[in-house]
Design a protein around this ligand. Structure first.
Ligand code: GDP
Length: 501
């Protein structure tokens, strides 16, 4: 569709009128300002974080270290810096300077430190900020913190308060805040990579592209409402909007299809070790995570850079006693929840009744399942390969694809880790490539809400309803990046932070 320039200008004028007239919710959305939200909070003082003022905290880790970083944020930061350095002016902005820090009341020297002055809004939080890089001894740190506390207008920060201020001043979107929280908690390489991508704003960027598509479709529909009957618009305006919305639906669907993967990457892939008694299950768990004891239900482990929750289904043998039956029930339940199953057999005992029963009841159904992406993945391991004679591997042609392993000698472990890495990348999504993954149930919820709203976009039946469906869809996307966030959700997200972040 092409709309001539004068007509486009006229459209803008009319759309402006229409927005004021009929789209109060849209206007609310557009006029949402995190800063006014913060000011409103400062007014009523509600919420878990004490609002306002100038905050300070130790931002590096607790405990003795070479250098500790203490930060402040807020309007009295400059005063704090001048008070501690006994200077009239702060040092040049964003340059590290060596200064003697003194207690502002007693004048007692505290430390010779590197100080950095970040006048707002060019700072992490958007406010005036100071960083003090002091020697990491606990007496120095507590002395400087006490000194800061004595400066009028300064108070200790609460958990997540620096980041919350950065969000409030539009320095970070909510998705980026979540990325930052994940980065602080990242334990494996894949988690770190994924968190960095989210912190870089990839998810927010994707949402913005989707919002642009919705805005364009909405402009077309509203234009049609105003001009359609006068026959002032080119042919195909609605058809184009419909095509764009359907394409957007397809994109959202494929992201939702992937959503489980992002959550697995964040919270860990369930890897369950199963097999007949004495096959070597707990030996394998111990090989993957030394020191694991049988009574631990699930143990977190870094498998080839991916986060996994490893468990062993001891007790998958039928028994008569109530305790044994409960054990069997739990073992089966864990097996059903598994994303990846490591099936272990004793290679020197493949003909035994327990091996055959395991192959028939557990392995065969997994091997024959339909190859959709939600299926459980199986790696079949023939353990105790050290007990086999050298030409023994040829005997197993009737078995499903498998790998030889010896938990005793470690032979075959590298192959197993390589195969696991491949499976984990399928189950989690590869954070090194591809589209940004949705790591939280919250993302999934809003994407699904957006998709549901688009299901009501039927421009051939009711144009007013179709326009409302687009607005509703857009609202869900703005919630995802934090534009329309409610305080409860914000509180939950910021709880993930430590003091000083
Ligand atoms: P689970 O009942 O399946 O957990 O089996 P375990 O891990 O307790 O192992 C049963 C027995 O097999 C133990 O005596 C282990 O030392 C032994 N075992 C485990 N792996 C190997 C292996 O690779 N080679 C040999 N020769 N023995 C093994």
């Amino acid at each position: 569709m092409s709309i001539s320039w004068p007509r486009l200008a006229h459209l803008r004028h009319v759309l402006g009128r229409r927005s004021l007239r009929g789209s109060a919710s849209w206007m609310r959305l557009l006029s949402f300002s995190p800063v006014s939200w913060l000011c409103a909070r400062q007014g009523n003082g509600a919420g878990s974080l004490a609002p306002g003022g100038t905050i300070f905290a130790l931002s590096s880790g607790q405990g003795r270290c070479a250098i500790a970083v203490i930060r402040t944020s807020g309007p009295a930061s400059g005063l704090a810096l001048r008070s501690l350095t006994a200077a009239r002016e702060p040092p040049p902005a964003r340059s590290a300077c060596l200064r003697l820090l003194r207690h502002p009341r007693s004048g007692e020297p505290l430390d010779r430190a590197l100080v950095l002055w970040f006048p707002g809004p060019q700072s992490f939080t958007g406010e005036d900020c100071v960083e003090l890089h002091v020697h990491g001894g606990s007496a120095v740190v507590s002395g400087v913190l006490q000194a800061l506390g004595s400066v009028p207008g300064l108070r200790p920060a609460e958990a997540g308060e620096f980041t919350r201020r950065a969000f409030a001043h539009g320095k970070l979107s909510l998705a980026e805040v979540e990325g930052l929280a994940d980065l602080i908690h990242a334990e494996t390489e894949a988690q770190r990579r994924q968190a960095l991508r989210q912190l870089d704003g990839e998810l927010g960027q994707l949402c913005q592209d989707w919002v642009k598509t919705l805005n364009k479709a909405l402009a077309h529909v509203e234009a049609y409402i105003d001009f359609g009957e006068d026959d002032n618009l080119e042919e195909g305006v609605l058809e184009q909007a419909d095509r764009d919305v359907r394409a957007l639906e397809a994109a959202l669907r494929s992201h939702l299809w992937d959503a489980r993967r992002g959550q697995r990457l964040r919270s860990g892939v369930h890897v369950v070790v199963t097999g007949p008694p004495n096959a070597g299950k707990s030996s394998l768990v111990n090989l993957l995570k030394p020191g694991t004891t049988r009574d631990v239900l699930e143990t977190p482990v870094d498998l080839a850079g991916f986060p996994a929750l490893l468990s062993d289904t001891a007790g998958l043998r039928e028994g008569v006693g109530a305790a044994e039956q409960e054990g069997v029930r739990r073992a089966r339940q864990r097996l059903e929840q598994a994303d990846i199953i490591l099936g272990v057999l004793d290679a020197s005992d493949l003909a035994s009744p327990s091996s055959c029963s395991f192959l028939n009841t557990v392995v065969a159904p997994l091997v024959t399942q339909s190859p959709d992406s939600s299926r459980q993945r199986l790696l079949l391991l023939l353990n105790k390969s050290d007990l086999l004679s050298t030409n023994a591997s040829a005997m197993d042609t009737a078995l499903p694809p498998h790998m030889l392993l010896s938990c005793r000698t470690g032979a075959g472990l590298d192959n197993l880790l390589q195969a696991l890495k491949t499976e984990l990348a399928v189950v989690c999504g590869d954070p090194f490539t591809g589209a940004p993954v949705l790591t939280r149930a919250r993302h999934q919820h809003h994407l699904q809400g957006c998709l549901d709203a688009l299901g009501h976009f039927q421009p051939d039946t009711d144009l007013a309803l179709a326009a409302e469906a687009l607005r509703q869809a857009r609202r869900h996307l703005s919630h995802l990046t934090g534009g329309g966030g409610t305080e409860e959700i914000l509180d939950l997200i910021f709880q993930d932070f430590c003091v000083g972040k």
